[in-house]
Design a protein around this ligand. Structure first.
Ligand code: GLU
Length: 490
């Protein structure tokens, strides 16, 4: 029986035939990894996996590694390898070992590690834990269909497990390219403590012999993933729940290879806002798209760190705080539901916490805003913006040559009457940007206070009935603009 214990003695030890890392977080050198397959852009789902692993490493003063799982030659693309690194860097999820950084187990792209894997195929061959399989995809599909039709779970029927050495050699001599299958031992219980889902138990009898090397010589996922985790000394693996059924296979493989296994935690998947699978309409968004639409990385981090993980306090946290307060114990088992309103909430929070310089860079509204007023402008509109388009809107509203007031504003201006604006202009000429005395004087001249006093002023100066603080607007607007806009209402 394979049992992965909750807590193991220090360092690597052997328990039965199985070796373990020391799992006590305080003394252990925690090392986590993100191991994406570069078959597409990073989406909310896989980037959350990256984040959780990065947070776990960071909070344990450990290391975070990036490994590119590009063994599927047909679906892997170099541009996705680039894109995912770029996206991770943009999010601030830097890796301490991996592509571009290097490390003791380089290379970090699985397509470049075939010589590493060759050693382990040989080890398994020598121990007769694997055998070549000559079954064609068509034969396998047929067998699968037959098993399903008779109500059995589809599993490799074991056809090639029984071939004699002579028969194998003959087929190879005839030019057949076999896959390499792992011989799953019969009657074993495979148990492990999942970091999220608790105790797990599988029977090896439910697992058919599985392919570890494809006919073209490339490694199969189970194999390369497990071998690399062991060689790269990964201690904790947080990954999607869709991999849960792979874990017993990987533990069996590691046992056969006498390699240490990491602790696994399988994360509940993210579902769309409609409760169904993530879809284009309901939350299946790439980091690229979110970035292009103006989300700030810290907003995504604050949102994703709470998607299936609970913090005691629901307040804004910077990346270091997100890490310090992260715990695998707070990972939920229930599917996490994508909620755009929450994402928008964290975007507003990110804007509230960003420096004016940063927002100025992000907004790209340069042309409209008078030179030297960038920071003041950002401070004025900070509470009214969520995306660069909002910044552009206010830049146009405040500094555009032509002001076309909204219908509401027009009504308010009309109602206030031209005398109001004559007084406003007089008060402005007297006090300029000194807002309190200006308002005091206008109050005196018009006998108005509160909304009836401020609204017409706002409508005349910005063409809107809501927006940034009037005092800030007045200070920002060039005097000529203030005069022109007040006069236009006479
Ligand atoms: N390449 C696998 C994936 O992208 C990695 C699975 C794992 O994290 O172990 O799903």
């Amino acid at each position: 029986m394979i049992v992965q214990r909750e807590r193991a003695p220090p360092d690597l030890v052997t328990v039965g035939a199985f070796r373990y890392h020391e799992f006590m977080m305080i003394t252990e050198n925690v090392k986590t990894r993100f191991a994406p397959s570069p078959t597409g852009l990073l989406h909310l789902g896989n980037v959350r996996t990256a984040l959780f692993n990065a947070l776990l490493a960071q909070r344990s003063a450990g290391r975070f590694l990036l490994r590119i799982e590009d063994t599927d030659q047909e679906r892997s693309r170099a541009e996705y390898v680039e894109a995912l690194q770029d996206d991770l860097r943009w999010l601030g999820l830097d890796w301490q070992e991996g592509p571009g950084v290097g490390g003791p187990q380089a290379p970090y792209a699985q397509s470049e590690r075939s010589t590493v894997y060759a050693r382990f195929y040989q080890q398994l061959e020598a121990a007769e834990r694997v055998y070549p399989c000559f079954c064609s995809p068509a034969e396998l599909a047929l067998s699968r269909k037959a098993q399903l039709a008779s109500g059995r779970p589809p599993r490799y029927a074991g056809t090639c497990a029984r071939l004699g050495e002579g028969e194998r050699q003959t087929r190879i001599a005839r030019g057949a390219a076999p896959t390499l299958r792992f011989r799953v031992p019969a009657g074993q219980a495979v148990e492990f403590g999942d970091l999220v889902r608790g105790a797990q138990r599988f029977s090896s009898d439910d697992i058919g012999d599985f392919v570890i090397r494809r006919a073209d010589g490339t490694p199969q996922f189970f194999f390369a993933n497990a071998v690399d985790d062991a060689l790269m000394a990964i201690t904790h693996v947080l990954r999607g729940e869709d991999h849960l059924a792979n874990t017993p296979r990987q533990l069996l493989l590691l046992e056969a290879l006498d390699l240490p296994a990491p602790r696994y935690g399988h994360l509940a998947l993210i579902v769309g806002s409609d409760g169904g699978p993530l879809s284009k309409r309901a939350g299946d968004l790439s980091v690229r798209e979110l970035r292009a639409s103006g989300y700030l990385p810290e907003a995504l981090l604050n949102y994703l760190a709470r998607l299936g993980h609970a913090y005691a306090r629901d307040v804004w946290m910077d990346p270091a705080e997100l890490a310090a307060n992260f715990s695998t114990e707070h990972l939920g088992r229930a599917p996490a539901r994508y909620d755009e309103a929450q994402l928008l909430h964290w975007q507003s929070e990110a804007i509230r916490h960003a420096t004016a310089d940063r927002l100025w860079e992000w907004a790209g509204a340069r042309e409209r805003v008078p030179a030297g007023s960038g920071a003041d402008f950002i401070e004025a509109v900070r509470a009214n913006i969520r995306f660069p388009a909002d910044v552009a809107f206010w830049a146009e509203r405040l500094f555009g040559a032509e002001l076309a007031p909204s219908d509401d504003s027009k009504a308010i201006i009309r109602e206030a009457g031209s005398a109001f604006f004559e007084h406003a202009l007089a008060a402005y000429e007297r006090h300029g940007v000194a807002y309190p005395p200006l308002v005091a004087e206008l109050r005196q001249l018009t006998g108005l206070k509160g909304k009836p006093l401020f609204m017409p002023l706002r409508a005349a100066l910005t063409g809107e009935t809501h927006g940034p603080e009037l005092a800030r607007i007045l200070a920002l607007l060039p005097p000529e603009t203030v005069r022109r806009r007040l006069r236009a209402c006479h």
